[in-house]
Design a protein around this ligand. Structure first.
Ligand code: ADP
Ligand code: MG
Length: 179
């Protein structure tokens, strides 16, 4: 499946507060592509990512997943589409604290009442090195293990695309703290 970003503009605010965050942005994402979006703070990276992933709507333009315009349907359709086709790995892992690692990983499937592929779950969590931690709650895991649970959750529904955000500002702040 190909993802086409067609002539996207995003304008926040009006009058004196008007900000053109994106001005006719366009790109095509092909299967197997690994794309990193880089640019200075305020250049529109988050806005673009939010619009491609359906978290926010563009002022004009379209985002097509195959033939599906993700901003055309209602909220419920978009939520289901996002759970089934997109995986998200955020800087903050957003694990649910009262659920085990296994339950957190399966959440995208459970919301659609889909049965997990146990073989895939075992392989993937084995690969990620968290297969022996699946019954633990997030606070019983190390930071790195929590992050890998979040990665497993992003992969479990075999999405067409994975969105991952990193915050270089945090790395920069850590580096600065050393001096
Ligand atoms: N909700 C908002 N309301 C008004 N302006 C916004 C909003 N979100 C982002 N902006 C503005 O849009 C521009 C792009 O922001 P953003 O996409 O967050 O940039 P980046 O992620 O590259 O740092 C910035 O000038 C920012 O101030
Ligand atoms: Mg940003």
């Amino acid at each position: 499946m190909q993802i086409q970003v067609k002539d996207i503009s995003k304008i926040y605010g009006t009058g004196e507060n008007r900000v053109v965050a994106l001005n006719s942005a366009a790109m095509t994402i092909h299967e197997g592509d690994f794309i990193s979006i880089m640019g200075p703070s305020g250049s529109g990276k988050s806005t673009l990512l939010h619009i491609i992933s359906g978290l926010d709507a563009p002022t004009s333009g379209q985002v097509l997943y195959g033939d599906t315009d993700i901003h055309k349907g209602n909220d419920k359709e978009l939520s289901a589409f996002r759970r089934q086709k997109m995986g998200f790995i955020f800087q903050q892992f957003n694990l649910l604290p009262v659920l085990s690692a296994r339950e957190n990983i399966l959440m995208p499937l459970l919301l659609d009442k889909r049965q997990p592929d146990e073989t895939y779950l075992r392989e993937m969590t084995g690969f990620l090195g968290i297969d022996t931690r699946l019954t633990h709650l997030p606070h019983e895991l190390s930071g790195g293990q929590q992050q890998r649970v979040a990665i497993a959750r992003a992969l479990i529904a075999k999405p067409a695309i994975i969105f991952a955000t990193s915050q270089r500002a945090i790395l920069t702040a850590k580096a600065a703290a050393k001096w």
